[in-house]
Design a binder for this molecule. Structure first.
Ligand code: SF4
Length: 254
């Protein structure tokens, strides 16, 4: 095993269903509303679950990163049906292809990548891509992330046409910023690529120090109904202050 550092700072796992999540640090864009400022660790863990609803809570930053050898050792005894690559942006890790090869060849895992789409992923080593589109209006995208979105939208089309990849789209609904009109524009863009793609609209979770509020349940549900007229597989997600029990237990591996 090569001695290489990774950007993996956190791992969680569900023994019930064999799902593992690897969290990578580092990103190639700079979202004003980056959720990692609020919570950088798995918010489904029992110890983290409620703290994201504390308006003043801000997540600590990761302090330690695994080497490739340490990562493989921690995963070696786990059955990995599906591995999610997430955190910040997994594509910023120069060890990513080594990790993917280990997951595919040694663990025979189905692999799902969560990405901002700024960079084209190594599609031959993936099964699924969950693509977060921040905005389609160029000025809003630049204001939100500090970067132009032309390549991102092009990458979305490329990934959709890649053989063997299941593509999912998602965005964050932020009233008075990425507002209803913009979310519907994002839906229209996705429909122009493929009207059958799944699209999840997440409710913004306020970050301390930023001016925007969370949408109400009524607002996001009404928006989702409008989005469904453009993309029939549109759904939404909003926090419930931790009231709904999780469908399965998860534990921290690192
Ligand atoms: S793409 Fe994700 S991790 Fe990167 S800055 Fe935006 S919200 Fe944060």
């Amino acid at each position: 095993m090569k001695k290489i550092k990774t950007k993996v700072y956190h791992i969680t796992y569900s023994r019930d269903i064999g799902i593992c999540s690897l969290y990578f640090w580092g990103c190639n864009i700079r979202c004003r509303i980056c959720l990692l400022k609020k919570e950088a660790f798995d918010c489904h863990l029992p110890e983290n679950r409620l703290r994201i609803y504390d308006p003043d809570y801000r997540s600590p930053r990761p302090r330690r990163f695994l080497s490739l050898k340490e990562l493989c050792e921690r995963l070696s005894n786990l059955t990995l049906k599906t591995t999610f690559l997430m955190g910040a942006e997994p594509l910023c890790d120069t060890a990513l292809e080594d990790i993917l090869e280990y997951l595919k060849q040694q663990k025979r895992s189905h692999i799902s990548l969560l990405t901002n789409g700024f960079q084209l992923p190594p599609l031959a080593l993936l099964d699924e891509v969950i693509f977060s589109i921040k905005a389609v209006s160029p000025d809003l995208h630049r204001n939100y992330t500090g970067f132009d979105n032309a390549d991102i939208l092009k990458n979305f089309r490329t990934i959709n046409s890649a053989p063997g990849i299941r593509l999912y789209a998602e965005t964050v609904f932020i009233p008075d910023y990425v507002d209803e009109g913009e979310v519907l524009k994002i839906a229209a863009f996705i429909a122009s690529v493929d009207r059958e793609l799944p699209f999840r609209i997440d409710a913004y979770l306020p970050i301390p120090g930023l001016p925007w509020r969370a949408p109400s349940v009524g607002e996001i549900e009404s928006l989702t109904e409008k989005a469904k007229e453009i993309l029939p597989r549109a759904t939404c997600f909003y926090g419930d202050q931790g009231r709904t029990p999780l469908a399965y237990d998860i534990e921290k591996i690192f």
